[in-house]
Every structure is written in C-alpha cells, then in structure tokens.
Design a protein around this ligand. Structure first.
Ligand code: HEC
Length: 104
C-alpha cells in the first residue's frame, strides 16, 4: 500500500522511499531482523536489545549513528566481518522512518 507523503518528500532518493509511509512492522523490523541478529535479537550480553518497536524507536539515534560510520570504524554496525552493511535504500528507509515520526 502506498500513501503519498508529500510534506516531507525529498528529491534524490529512490521512489520507494519518497512516496511510502514507513512503518516499523512493515519496513523497519525486517531490516533489523536481517542485519542485526543474532547479536541484538535476542540481546546477547550487554548489547542493546533491538527486538521490539520500543527498543528500536528509543535507540534510533544510536542506530543511525552506527550504521553511517565509515566501515573501518570499529563501532560500525553491523560488524563488517559478520554481516553485510545496510544498503543505501535500507539506510534511506531508516532515516525516513525517523523523519516521519516513527510509526509502529
Ligand atoms: C555480530 C554481532 C552484531 C551485529 C550483527 C550487530 N551488532 Fe550492534 N553491537 C554489537 C556489539 C558487540 C556491540 C557492543 C560493542 C560496541 O558498542 O561497539 C554493539 C553495539 C551496538 C550499539 C550501541 C549500543 C549502545 O548501548 O550504545 C548499537 C546502536 C548497535 N550495536 C546497533 C546495531 C544495528 C542497528 C545493527 C544491525 C544493522 C547491529 N548493531 C548489528 C554486535 C553486533
């Protein structure tokens, strides 16, 4: 389902990101589940849990910071030798979700 969201539409990114209302269940959870397991789901040791809407919403600032670091920074997420980095589209979806107010 596509819902136009003209107010915050930005030029330059893919059409998917421009027109779609991003929601946690539909768009964000699959990205986190794909790229941040098994370390954060279930949370292992002292790692930040990212297994629910509330966890991800609360940590969106730290998440966006980590995934946008240079990949040779040892704080880059997901760790380079474990999982492929997020794609530009996945990153754009995360950013858009934050800008849109983080719908569940
Ligand atoms: C292979 C295991 C692994 C994967 C996969 C992984 N992480 Fe992490 N993450 C860690 C570890 C270990 C730490 C704690 C060390 C550190 O802060 O760098 C951490 C720390 C973090 C922190 C800092 C938490 C805090 O308390 O400040 C964030 C945010 C984070 N990860 C986000 C992510 C995101 C988002 C993904 C998926 C895109 C991801 N991680 C994938 C292992 C992982």
């Amino acid at each position: 389902m596509l819902i136009a969201n003209c107010s915050s539409a930005k030029k330059g990114k893919s059409d998917y990101v421009e027109v779609k209302k991003i929601s946690y269940k539909t768009d964000i959870e699959p990205i986190i589940a794909n790229s941040c397991t098994p370390c954060h789901i279930p949370p292992q040791g002292r790692k930040e849990p990212l297994e629910s809407y509330d966890h991800v919403k609360t940590n969106i600032g730290a998440i966006l910071e980590r995934v946008q670091l240079p990949q040779d920074n040892r704080k880059f997420m997901p760790p380079v030798n474990k999982k492929p980095a997020l794609t530009a589209d996945q990153l754009a979806v995360l950013i858009k979700w934050q800008q849109q107010g983080m719908t569940e």
